[in-house]
Ligand binder design. Structure first.
Ligand code: KIV
Ligand code: ZN
Length: 511
């Protein structure tokens, strides 16, 4: 028997709420790439930024709106009319624009953050929504800190928002305070109390401070919410937001008791997770549900034995369902260009002819040095190539003396604005020597905030993937690179971060 399923709209806020987590900033081009992937994946609504917060955010929302085809594109705005105008200006280029406006409604936020009384807040709700509604047809209103708001006052505010033309009402658990019974009960009570509740779509937005964001969002859906706000990898303020991949797969796997469906192509979840992790430099926890490296790994003998007999013994979903290919061993040095292009297409990349040639050259190079080339190797290779495109400082070559007899030394050459520059430096270990050499060639004050190394795949010939976070005058930038040689990957990651930092600094100066 097939049960009728209700459609849940997936609202992705990785580029807005996600980007608000400290250190998770994204460049303009990274946002465009991510938006493209989210749209192809079937995300219904993409919150692309907070247009009034900076010129960069405005331009990102505007350019994502211009390229969008099917997804609704929205930006966040406070209740100030200038913010709403700015947001309207950014999203108006979208095929389906939305303005998302919010104001705090809880006593603690009204008193200490807004320094406004309830009447003034109520008045701002009506005014802001009506103003937004004059600019676009699709207006979402959020009651910030709704779960700590007095119920009667929340009803009054929502009532005012609906009367002024809001089409979606969002009930955020801003501080991750609620739990499933309570949150589900709140959504139900609001829908039963507010007279025009059936005229709008109800939405959840749950933070993860108590680790309950996904459970709370699902409880919201069970009680009538039909939009869920979430982020890839659960990125977001503090402990993060509800993880998109977990919600989508919970509905897919447990359709028997959770009769909901989404429009998400789940085979792109792993790719989206890797992309967000690469862009932000936030590693995905190994045991993270759905997209963690170990999510489909079976280590113990008993489990392996069960899996060999029947995969259903220990797997409730197939790795392929979330885009983790079963046999990810892909190609060797004899693989041809067409096979390589097909492989890239299956991984979600369509490169122009020049970029394809360059990627193929890099692949051959890697296949010469590494026995087995896996999907993850190819993803790392292409991501590296794309992120290094058009950068001012480029890697040329590196030779390092390492080992227990010091001093460790790095002889490095970089291309800076097309000119080849060289430096030799020693350091407290080979990585320090490499970074000292970069500093000698490209003089800068930025401090190294984070240095991380992961193996892209298993095996001693695995590529090292290095993340570097630099912090210069309050501007942060994450660089990532991979190479079979950890020190080369380290140099490239540092250079990548440096280029991003410079681009951001220039942008700030221009603004
Ligand atoms: O957490 C929150 O309350 C928000 C709103 C502004 C939607 O992010
Ligand atoms: Zn939030």
């Amino acid at each position: 028997m097939t049960t009728e399923k209700d459609r849940i709209l997936i609202f992705d806020t990785t580029m807005r709420d996600g980007e608000q987590s400290p250190g998770a900033s994204m460049t303009h081009n990274e946002k465009l790439d991510l938006a493209d992937l989210l749209e192809t994946m079937g995300v219904d609504i993409i919150e692309a930024g907070f247009p009034a917060s900076s010129q960069g955010d405005f331009e990102a929302v505007r350019d994502i709106a211009r390229r969008s085809k099917s997804s609704v594109i929205t930006g966040l705005s406070r209740s100030k009319l200038e913010d709403i105008d700015r947001c309207g200006e950014a999203v108006r280029h979208a095929a389906r624009p939305r303005i998302h406006t919010f104001i705090s409604t809880s006593p603690v936020h009204m008193k200490h953050k807004l320094q406004m009384g309830p009447n003034a807040v109520l008045e701002a709700v009506g005014r802001s929504v009506a103003h937004a509604r004059n600019l676009v047809e699709d207006v979402e209103w959020s009651a910030e800190d709704a779960t700590r708001t007095e119920f009667d006052f929340l009803c009054k505010c929502i009532d005012a928002a609906i009367a002024s033309g809001a089409t979606t009402i969002n009930v955020p658990d801003t501080v991750g305070y609620t739990h499933p019974d309570e949150y589900g009960g709140l959504i139900r009570a609001l829908r039963e109390t507010i007279p025009n509740a059936d005229k709008v779509i109800w939405s959840t937005h749950c933070h993860n401070d108590l680790g309950l964001a996904v459970a709370n969002s699902i409880a919201g859906a069970q009680n009538g919410a039909r939009q869920i706000e979430c982020t890839i990898n659960g990125l977001g303020e503090r402990a993060g937001n509800a993880a998109l991949e977990e919600i989508v797969m919970a509905f897919k796997v447990r359709g028997d008791t959770l009769p909901f469906e989404t429009g998400i192509d789940t085979t792109r979840l792993a790719r989206a997770s890797q992309m967000v992790s690469r862009i932000t430099g936030f590693p995905v926890q190994y045991n993270k549900a759905i997209v963690g490296k170990n999510a489909f790994a079976h280590e113990s003998g008993i489990h392996q034995d069960g899996m060999l007999k029947n995969t259903e013994t220990y797997e409730i979903m197939k790795p392929e369902d979330v885009g983790v290919s079963k046999s990810s061993l892909v190609m060797g040095k004899l693989s041809g260009r067409n096979a390589f292009r097909d492989k890239l297409a299956s991984l979600g990349y369509e490169l122009d002819p020049d970029s394809l040639n360059e990627a193929f050259r890099r692949f051959k190079d890697l296949a010469d040095r590494k026995k087995h080339v896996f999907d993850d190797d190819i993803l790392a290779l292409v991501d590296d190539q794309l992120s290094a495109m058009g950068e001012r400082v480029g890697f040329d070559s590196l030779r390092v003396i390492a080992g227990s007899v010091g001093p460790q030394q790095a002889d490095l050459s970089l291309r800076v604005d097309g000119e080849l520059l060289e430096a030799s430096c020693t350091g407290n270990g080979p990585v320090d020597a490499v970074f000292n050499a970069i500093r000698k060639i490209v003089n800068h004050e930025a401090k190294l905030d984070l240095y991380q190394v992961h193996a892209v795949t298993g095996g001693t010939d695995a590529q090292a993937e290095v993340s570097v976070r630099l912090n210069g005058e309050g501007i942060m930038a994450v660089g990532r690179a991979s190479d079979p040689d950890t020190l080369v990957a380290s140099a490239k990651a540092y250079i990548h971060a440096l280029n991003k930092l410079e681009a951001r600094r220039m942008k700030r100066l221009a603004a």
